[in-house]
Design a protein around this ligand. Structure first.
Ligand code: ZN
Length: 438
């Protein structure tokens, strides 16, 4: 039991629009690495897939780290001496330095400025800043708002809490034919930012939603976790089962108009790396392949030397390489349903390759079998059409010595994986190939 092509019968345009609608729904929520924003987001995801939510108490030791206090925020503002609100968290949740401790006091302009963060290069945008592991308070404001501030007494108010609580994450598992797993992971800790990383969350939700309706060879594990600390926590608590993960992808930055970027796993030549490169080569999209680096998203944890899992990161424009990154300009105008749909389609192509990658053994290995009498070769020689199909048959027969997978044959022949798979199905039915490894 396996799947012809995971993309069959799926309206990619419609999925892209559904992903965009999902992003619009969760966009206003103020998320951080812990707290109610994550819970609210996971509850919305539960409308699509049956998620298991875990709550890990503050203080839990996870490898070299400790689960931090839980942070929540109700309200925050800056008022001038005329009691006019000049910065309001309700207008944009990026205004607050994430993990700001509670504060309510009068400050001079000078003291206030020590707690303001701006982006002078883009004076209309609000930056996104955090202070998870050092207690601080602050506001992020546009540089224009900053330069308009006059000498005055300001009232700053942050109604937040930083207390013992929990780190929350969501997980969804689909059981396939095999216990071997494919891991798809995304971070869910950013507030109102679309490309980084509501696009990744949307992709994982809709991928899971699509796969749960199909027969699958692999089992799938989808993780919705806060960046860094979430991956560390999950790996620490699930260490005994981690060896089941045979392939993995971290999904991030998938809604912008940029070309695809695949960051290889630390192993560099794992089946996932080859499947992604094969799918990209045979797609109509422009793309770039980059080697593993120990910075970026949660592939850093999955690919730490103690795990060294075959997990790559598939993005469009990478983090930090678009000006809107970590600013208020990474909003609902920056991501588009068309690009989200393309990303979704690419992920499905990659999973189709992994699901269908197998080895066959040629049952007639001494010289070529006569294809014409089996209706596999055109009767009139010399015609151009059907050429690639016949080439695929010849490649599949020649390389099916029990050592090459369909991915090997596709890579070596330069022919599309789907075509190689189609012809091997036919050759199998004709008795010319025999499946030797699933
Ligand atoms: Zn980020």
């Amino acid at each position: 039991m396996s799947i012809a092509n995971l993309r069959l019968g799926i309206d990619i345009g419609e999925v892209g629009r559904d992903m965009y609608r999902f992003i619009s729904e969760v966009f206003p929520i103020c998320r951080s690495i812990t707290g109610n924003g994550i819970r609210k987001t996971l509850n919305i995801i539960k409308n699509h897939i049956p998620l298991t939510v875990s709550e890990i108490p503050t203080g839990t030791q996870v490898f070299d780290w400790i689960v931090p206090k839980e942070w929540n925020i109700k309200e925050a503002y800056i008022k001038n001496s005329k009691h006019e609100t000049i910065i309001d968290f309700r207008e944009n949740n990026l205004h607050i330095l994430s993990y700001s401790v509670p504060v309510k006091k009068k400050v001079s302009l000078r003291e206030l400025k020590d707690h303001l963060f701006t982006l002078p290069e883009y004076p209309e945008w609000i930056p996104y800043r955090t202070s998870y592991y050092k207690e601080n308070w602050g506001f992020c404001v546009s540089h224009n708002q900053f330069t308009n501030l006059m000498e005055d007494d300001y009232e700053v108010m942050i109604d937040s809490s930083l207390e013992d609580g929990y780190l929350t994450y969501g997980e969804y598992f689909i059981e396939g034919e095999k216990a071997d797993e494919i891991l798809i992971s995304c971070h869910i800790c950013h507030p109102s930012l679309c490309n980084d990383n509501l696009s990744g969350i949307a992709l994982v939700v809709f991928l899971a939603k699509c796969l749960r309706r199909q027969p699958l060879k692999y089992s799938y594990r989808f993780l919705f976790i806060p960046g860094t600390i979430g991956a560390i926590t999950w790996l620490c608590l699930n260490e005994p089962n981690v060896s089941k993960i045979k392939h993995g992808l971290v999904a991030a930055c998938l809604g912008d108009s940029g070309e695809f970027t695949y960051k290889k796993s630390r192993q560099g030549n794992a089946e996932i790396d080859r499947a992604v490169m094969n799918a990209l080569r045979n797609s109509e999209n422009n793309y770039k392949i980059v080697d593993f680096t120990p910075f970026g998203y949660d592939e850093r944890q999955y690919c730490s030397p103690g795990f060294n899992l075959p997990v790559g990161c598939l993005m469009r424009t990478p983090h930090g390489q678009y000006p809107q990154y970590h600013t208020s300009a990474d909003n609902l105008n920056f991501v588009q349903s068309e690009h989200l749909g393309e990303s979704f389609s690419l992920y499905l192509s990659i999973l189709s390759i992994l699901e269908n990658n197998r080895k066959y053994l040629n049952q007639n290995p001494k010289c070529e079998p006569q294809l014409g009498k089996r209706g596999l070769y055109q009767a009139i020689g010399g015609q151009k059409h059907e050429k690639s199909r016949e080439l695929a048959i010849l490649w599949a027969l020649n390389l099916s010595d029990g050592g090459n997978t369909l991915l090997d044959i596709s890579d070596r022949s330069g022919l599309k994986f789907d075509l190689i798979k189609d012809v091997t199905d036919i050759l199998d039915k004709q008795g010319l190939l025999k499946l030797c490894e699933k």
